[in-house]
Design a protein around this ligand. Structure first.
Ligand SMILES: *Cc1c(COP(=O)(O)O)cnc(C)c1O
Length: 355
């Protein structure tokens, strides 16, 4: 039976990415060696790294004055790397979910943190509005897509200070005005590659302003200067990332991908709103295009476990919601074909007919 992969992360990758990476595990770039056993300093792998960095710039229209780096440590390491490198005295953070809370906790180790607004009062089911970001902060940090709670900020906030964003779960899903940002970072395992690598886009002139000493490995400047080859990079995830980036380019770029994503999300949210059994958990205007969270309506709550079983038997994988929201979560990242979303909708309709 065909499996439809709705896992939140690690999550679905394009067939193009998986097939090319598998081929390179057997024979990398005609070297007669496996991707798993080549030197990261070989000319073939250096070319992979260079092309991957260049394609991130091309796809996201990264302006002059920015560098793209691939590093380890996950998005979670960026929670500390960002303030380590660019928090001089004070930063503003928007608290929209678990990942934002973790980023805030790390930033507090380095300076004053002003949480300008939070949606914790309603289990992070909406994006706060009408908050003020002070003009004396070094940056304003937000999580563009809240993977767990299914809310998304599909815009670059209009504030007077540089932005920093955790785009782990919606990078490459929509165009971004990079020029407004000091740092954009994303763990790869949602829209780019297998776990093990993180991409960061860093504005050069945001660096070198803090007085504290920065450990070499946590210093953006190290990785920029050495073109992400200061130490051994995660070779396989970087190779896979390059395949995904090439695939995105072949599809026609980020605007084309965004249109596909909006279509997929629209049909699924329409079904949730129409179906008598289900209700969405995120405030409609803040709904994520990547992670669609929904639960059974109160009167059908006892059917929740049944639906997971019913859907799983029909090839739906990973739709159980995160424990902090409950219910269901369908992660429909870039690589998710519309046909898989349609298959889930058919299962929801079949379940409705039986109840
Ligand atoms: C998955 C995720 C993280 C955590 O990433 P790691 O690579 O596991 O550290 C952080 N932020 C967001 C928005 C995520 O979706």
């Amino acid at each position: 039976m065909k499996k439809h992969n709705f896992y939140a992360g690690p999550s679905i990758l394009s067939e193009y990415t998986i097939k090319n990476t598998a081929d390179a595990v057997l024979d990398f770039a005609g070297t007669g060696l496996s991707l798993l056993e080549v030197s990261h300093r070989s000319k073939e792998f250096v070319a992979v790294m260079d092309e991957a960095r260049a394609l991130v710039k091309e796809l996201l229209d990264v302006p002059q004055g920015y560098d793209v780096i691939f590093v380890g440590g996950g998005a979670s390491m960026q929670f500390c790397m960002v303030p380590y490198n660019i928090l001089k005295t004070k930063a503003a953070y928007l608290e929209t979910g678990t990942w934002a809370e973790k980023a805030i906790k790390e930033a507090k180790l380095f300076g004053e943190v002003e949480v300008v607004a939070s949606s914790k009062d309603a289990n992070f089911s909406y994006i706060p509005k009408n908050y003020t970001v002070p003009e004396d902060v070094d940056y304003f940090h937000f999580t563009s897509n809240n993977t767990i709670f299914g809310t998304e900020m599909r815009f670059d906030p209009d504030v007077k200070v540089p932005l920093v964003a955790d785009m782990s779960s919606d990078i490459f899903s929509r165009p971004v005005d990079v020029s407004k940002y000091a740092v954009i970072y994303a763990g790869a395992q949602k829209n780019l590659a297998p776990a093990g690598v993180t991409v960061a886009i860093v504005r050069e002139d945001a660096l070198g302003k803090v007085d504290r000493p920065i450990p070499t490995m946590l210093n953006y400047a190290t990785h920029i200067k050495k073109e992400s080859m200061f130490n051994t990079p995660p070779v396989l995830p970087v190779y896979a990332a390059l395949q995904t980036l090439k695939y995105y380019k072949q599809l026609g770029g980020i605007k084309v991908i965004e249109k596909m994503n909006l279509e997929k999300a629209a049909i699924l949210y329409d079904e949730i709103d129409r179906n008598k059994l289900f209700v969405g958990t995120a405030k409609p205007e803040d709904r994520s295009v990547m992670n669609v969270c929904f639960v059974m309506k109160d009167e059908y709550k006892e059917l929740e476990a049944d639906f997971v079983k019913f859907a799983t038997e029909r090839g739906m994988v990973g739709i159980k919601g995160h424990r902090s929201v409950g219910g269901f979560r369908a992660s429909i990242y870039n690589a998710m074909p519309k046909s898989s979303v349609e298959a889930l909708i058919a299962v929801m309709q079949e379940f409705e007919r039986q109840h």
